[in-house]
Design a protein around this ligand. Structure first.
Ligand code: C2O
Ligand code: CU
Length: 465
């Protein structure tokens, strides 16, 4: 017996697992924007292990990929079929504040069984991602994220465009299931939750066949909780053309490793130089050794001559950071963690001793305060330029992410670096970032090492209209 299309739609409407039905069928029911967060099982670990239970949007790993043209609208109804409240943050998008997905700041968390309508415009082309922003330390570790690609009106000429989402998982080596120690004090007070199983697009052995001289655009997204990826090319010649979604003024040849902290992205354009029968690699560099992150076995040739260096991607609108001379300035001192200097800090409005902080499983402070404050770190009028000096007075790296706006780093000589939404701060580093507060609303500024965010490294800014 074959099911009719009509029958399928009726069943989908009647069932709670509508997300399992292909999008084109849902379109007929007028619910094309469905975006269901739910439990699924995927083959993550090598054969021999049973499937791993993950949390995903739409049932696949990685979750449903979204692609829209620049200036296009994303309208999706998040349905929460998870056993926990959740929300979705659209990382790196200059979004309307009410759509930013931060429980307690821009919306209430979406309870199990409930729904929330996200509806916004994506003003900038580039490589972005979405991820859970409620109890992120658990929900992102369980896989609740996906790619969000905003396409240029005039895309660079490449043979292929590949989205590569890098992640690491902490799997129980016996069962292949995700270890549920999400609040482990050691992770919170040290480098965060580092996994023991590294994947790209949910595959530990991702292999993409290519041809010699083929040109690929690789959109790299670091979705891990805390791992810093250092990536090198072998059998590939490449240029970095964008960071955190935003085009570089001119493409930079990939000489050494491309370093991506949690939440960061890089767009590379690479030419396959490996010959027929060889395998090119995107390699992960750890302790001076290379590991295959993605393999590109070469079969065939795409024309005889390699192309010349790529041009710059078209810049996104309104990205100048002017007014540095009369900017509003502030300093953010990061302290705490293992081997740090934190002997007391303010938690929930009260000064606590280090022993009390340990008891509360809270380890990190911004300007002496742990976690969110009543008043914002900074309040700026729309259009004002802000300069923020960030001092990492800790023994660990931190990936500082600003919601809603991109910033540029101010170098010692006053020159401005590339646009970023996440800055990887190495231990004991001091860096200054500057941006124009042109997006009204309440915006988080936090460490994207998610165990750190959950144990103190979280503050916010207000931009008044
Ligand atoms: Cu990618 Cu506040 O997060
Ligand atoms: Cu951190």
């Amino acid at each position: 017996m074959t099911l009719s299309r009509r029958g399928l739609i009726a069943r989908a409407a009647a069932s709670a697992v509508a997300a399992a039905v292909p999008e084109r069928l849902l379109a007929a029911t007028g619910d094309a924007g469905l975006f269901e967060a739910r439990v699924a099982r995927v083959q993550l670990a090598p054969p021999g292990y049973r499937e791993t239970e993950v949390w995903t949007v739409g049932g696949t790993m990685p979750g449903m990929a979204l692609r829209v043209p620049q200036g296009g609208r994303i309208a999706r109804t998040l349905r929460n079929a998870l056993p926990q409240p959740t929300s979705v943050h659209w990382h790196g998008i200059r979004i309307a504040n009410a759509m930013d997905g931060v429980p307690g700041l821009t919306q209430a968390a979406v309870e199990s069984g409930a729904a929330f309508r996200y509806d916004f415009v994506a003003p900038d082309a580039g490589t972005y991602w979405y991820h859970a922003h409620n109890r992120s330390v658990e929900q992102v570790a369980r896989g609740l994220y996906g790619a969000l690609i905003v396409e240029e009106a005039e895309a660079p000429e490449v043979d292929r465009d590949e989205v590569l989402i890098l992640d690491d998982w902490r799997l129980d080596p016996e069962t292949g299931q995700i270890a549920a120690d999400f609040d482990a004090p050691h992770d919170r007070s040290h480098a965060g939750r580092i996994g023991n199983f590294v994947t790209t697009n949910g595959r530990y052995d991702l292999s993409l066949p290519v041809r010699t001289n083929e040109r690929l655009r690789l959109r790299l997204i670091n979705a891990s909780n805390a791992r810093i990826f250092a990536l090198a090319l072998s059998g590939l010649d490449g240029w970095t053309v964008a960071l955190d979604g935003m085009p570089l003024a001119s493409p930079e040849p990939v000489a050494e490793a491309v370093v991506l902290g949690p939440g960061q992205r890089a767009d590379l354009i690479v030419d396959v130089t490996a010959a027929e029968g060889e395998t090119a690699h995107l390699a992960r560099v750890e302790d001076g050794k290379g590991f295959a992150q993605v393999a590109f076995p070469v079969a065939g040739t795409a024309g005889g001559v390699r192309m010349t260096a790529p041009g710059a991607l078209p810049p996104n609108p309104r990205m100048e950071v002017g007014g540095l001379g009369d900017a509003l300035t502030a300093q953010l001192n990061m302290s705490g963690g293992a081997m740090g200097q934190l002997d007391a800090a303010v938690l929930d409005g009260e000064r606590r001793s280090f022993a009390q902080l340990v008891e509360a499983n809270q380890f990190w402070a911004f300007n002496g305060t742990i976690g969110m404050t009543q008043a914002p770190l900074l309040e700026a009028a729309r259009g004002q330029t802000l300069r923020l000096t960030i001092v990492n007075d800790t023994a660990f790296p931190h990936a500082m992410h600003l919601h809603g706006m991109h910033f540029r780093e101010v170098a010692g000589d006053g020159s401005l670096g590339p646009l970023r939404d996440t800055a990887l701060m190495l231990p004991t580093e001091t860096r200054e970032v500057a941006f124009v507060a042109d997006n009204p609303g309440d915006w988080l500024l936090h460490c994207h090492m998610l165990s750190h965010a959950a144990s103190g490294m979280m503050t916010w800014l207000r931009v008044t209209a």
